[in-house]
Design a protein around this ligand. Structure first.
Ligand code: PMP
Length: 295
């Protein structure tokens, strides 16, 4: 695949990292994924703020300023020259000894990958996806706080594999207390009696940037929304559900454990959010080519 990779400021077609980088050895790294609309970087400020927050959460000092990131990301996207771009920013602990103590790592490696935007099948948006409530529990906040976006994604990978085995497109995870948290790379919303519900941050979830936008859109459009702790039984009577993420945007979820959610079709509130989100992107970043969802 044609990629451009910015490795500590130098743009290359291929890049290689030392096997002694603690990001590789121990998943000791943080990352962000940024999408484009009209090939403009969406919500970049929020992503850079979260990257810093994640780094602070694992006591990783990022040696570069935001201005450096903005410049390097723009350079990399320009050099890749895709119609729409998927950008992955990774900051690793750096090269050190083969020992989990990060004390031997003296300089983080900063990698920016520009790849063609991911495209999900159209029918994921038209028909909705299947979710599986998996047995793998989301990490406890006291163990590895899901609010920190680290390169250690095994918790989610295990959940995703279980969902695959169950024939679903994604997993929905509970926390150790048995309340709903999130998908493997997305936040979760459901509708009951016309009102929106979503797990609150203290359930142990990533503070998704798309989730924040969806909450803001609900507020601005007078759509009632409540954040809280919801057991999975709440979904038995749910009318609609959707997941949110930088790449997925707003994606309907229409089946849970093989059973329809509501009538098993994307509902009117989900459709409204999909429209509102697309409109917001158009307003902020300009119109997108007609064939639509290219992430
Ligand atoms: N939860 C998890 C675990 C994720 O990996 C992601 C994707 N970054 C999300 C939620 C959605 O976050 P965002 O809207 O910022 O992409």
């Amino acid at each position: 695949m044609d990629l451009k990779i910015n490795f500590n400021g130098s743009i290359q077609d291929e890049a290689f990292i030392s096997v002694l980088d603690h990001g590789f050895l121990f998943g000791d790294s943080v990352y962000e994924v940024v999408a484009t609309h009209g090939n403009k970087l969406c919500f970049l400020e929020a992503h850079l703020a979260r990257l810093r927050n994640s780094a602070a959460g694992i006591s990783l000092e990022i040696p570069s300023e935001d201005e450096w990131f903005v410049e390097q990301i723009s350079r990399t996207v320009q050099s890749a020259n895709f119609e729409e771009t998927y950008i992955r920013i990774i900051v690793t602990r750096g090269v050190g000894e083969i020992d989990i103590d990060p004390g031997s790592c003296d300089r983080p490696n900063i990698i920016i990958i520009a790849a063609p935007a991911k495209v999900y099948p159209h029918n994921y948006y038209e028909k909705g996806i299947d979710l599986a409530l998996v047995s793998v529990k989301r990490n406890a906040r006291e163990s590895l706080n899901p609010g920190i976006k680290t390169g250690n994604y095994l918790n989610n990978i295990l959940a995703k594999m279980e969902a695959n085995r169950l024939g679903a497109q994604d997993a929905l995870m509970l926390n150790a207390e048995g309340v709903l948290t999130e998908g493997t790379t997305s936040n979760f919303f459901f509708v009951n009696e016309g009102k929106l519900f979503t797990p609150s941050l203290d359930c142990g979830i990533l503070s998704g940037i798309t989730r924040d936008v969806a909450i803001q859109l609900a507020l601005e459009n007078g759509i009632p929304l409540e954040e809280g702790h919801w057991p999975p039984e709440e979904l038995t009577h749910a009318e609609e559900a959707f997941v949110t993420g930088t790449v997925k945007k707003i994606m309907p979820a229409t089946r849970l454990d093989g059973k329809p959610i509501g009538n098993g079709k994307p509902g009117p509130i989900t459709a409204r959010f999909m429209r509102l989100y697309d409109q917001l992107l158009d307003e902020k970043y300009g119109m997108q080519p007609a064939q639509g969802r290219s992430q």
